[in-house]
Ligand binder design. Structure first.
Ligand code: PLP
Length: 390
């Protein structure tokens, strides 16, 4: 298999697995059982991981909270901020191209009385910062915008957004799930109030995430989503997943070694070959500021699902992983103005530190064969070539 679906999830780094194994085998104590040595040892491993994450993000350990995933973190923030701040106001601002974890939770909150503004994007996937400014009112309690779009790789201007929110005294939550391990990301550069991460996106284990909540300079209130013991300053109950927390700490440390330039060069080489060697292909948001590893390409009049069946040894995605089981075309591409037809003919390729030039060459060759075979047998393509279709 050639694996080009790293925005969905990524391969576990061997070094991460090695650090996790002792906590699955012999060091299995409950990290809250501080009465005995084994428990204290597990607790120490958690605090080391927390310190590492805080150091990489350049923040304080007490501002890092462990959760099970980015989805849980997003739910916790949106629901928890709404619960705590709704006496101040019920208005939340987000964007049409956010991940479904955000959009579905916002829809849920609308049923509970929230007023949600879904900012539109232009054809490059960018929001209008003046529109953001104008939409913030005295009732706005939260701005929730992602740093990097999981489908297109488009980067939002997080620093500017954070500064707007700071000036207007509104909380800013950034879904930074697709940033970590793909670009330099620290909380001194970005004055974000809250952000989330998920280890499986940067070669760590699945089912472990974290939330950063700025505590040192702001008394931010979030109601817990999961109540239980007093773990995580009573913000997130439940027995600690020690092996995975250790894995996340190790994985984030290794993100510092990633050569973003090399990944970007490989991605650009891939896009260049596709555009020169397969006619009627469009790299979506190509001119936008994009993360190094992601390429979203429309193969006009060729359905993505058909291509995928012909390149079955190459792992790619026809939409974000969480919606690829559904029959809807991508809400992200449609918000950028693509037609339903073009959105259905688009594939996402997401590279990692493990991707090689040889894999990219093989992928280009496989795509050339697949697309030309499908087009040869496609009446729609023949009509299009004769100028009978738009
Ligand atoms: N936010 C973004 C931008 C994502 O890409 C994803 C996963 O695809 C999530 C949130 C959800 O992450 P998790 O798998 O940790 O729940």
């Amino acid at each position: 298999m050639i694996y080009l679906d790293n925005n969905a999830t990524s391969r576990l780094d061997e070094r991460v697995l090695d650090r996790m194994l002792p906590y699955l085998r012999e060091d299995y104590a409950n990290a809250s059982s501080l009465q005995h040595k084994m428990g204290r040892h597990a607790n120490q491993a958690i605090e080391e991981a927390r310190n590492t994450i805080a150091k990489v993000l350049q923040t304080q350990p007490k501002e890092i909270f462990f959760t099970s995933s980015a989805t849980e973190s997003i739910n916790m923030v949106l629901r928890g901020v709404f619960e705590r701040y709704q006496s101040k106001g019920k208005h939340i601002i987000t964007c049409q191209t956010e991940h479904k974890a955000t959009l579905t939770t916002c829809e849920y909150l609308e049923k509970k009385g929230a007023k949600v503004t879904y900012l539109p994007v232009n054809k490059s996937g960018a929001i209008d910062l003046d529109e953001l400014k104008n939409r913030i009112t005295a009732q706005t309690i939260l701005v929730s915008l992602m740093s990097v779009n999981n489908e297109t790789g488009v980067i939002h201007p997080i620093k500017e957004i954070a500064e707007i929110c700071q000036a207007k005294d509104v909380l800013f939550f950034c879904d930074s799930t697709q940033s970590i391990g793909k670009q330099a990301f620290d909380l001194t550069t970005y004055p974000i109030d809250i952000c989330c991460l998920s280890a499986h996106k940067f070669h760590g284990p699945k089912g472990i995430g974290a939330l950063f909540v700025r505590r040192k300079t702001k008394p931010i209130q979030i109601a817990p989503l999961i109540t239980g013991g007093n773990q995580e300053q009573a913000l997130r109950g439940g027995t600690y997943n020690v092996p995975s927390i250790v894995g996340m700490g190790t994985a984030i440390l290794h993100t510092k070694e990633v050569d973003y330039t090399a990944i970007r060069q490989l991605r650009d080489y891939f896009e260049d070959r596709i555009q020169h060697e397969i006619e009627e292909t469009i790299v979506n948001a190509q001119e936008a500021h994009r993360i190094c590893n992601t390429s979203n390409i429309t193969f006009r009049h060729v359905r993505a699902n058909e291509i995928m069946t012909k390149i079955s040894d190459i792992a790619v995605s026809s939409g974000s992983a969480c919606v690829s089981g559904s029959r809807d075309s991508s809400h992200v591409l449609k918000a950028m103005g693509l037609t339903d037809e073009d959105a259905f003919c688009s594939l996402r390729f997401s590279l990692s530190k493990y991707s090689t030039a040889q894999e990219i060459d093989q992928t280009v060759e496989a795509l050339k064969t697949a697309v030309s075979t499908i087009r040869q047998h496609s009446p729609i393509w023949q009509m299009y070539k004769k100028g009978l279709l738009g």
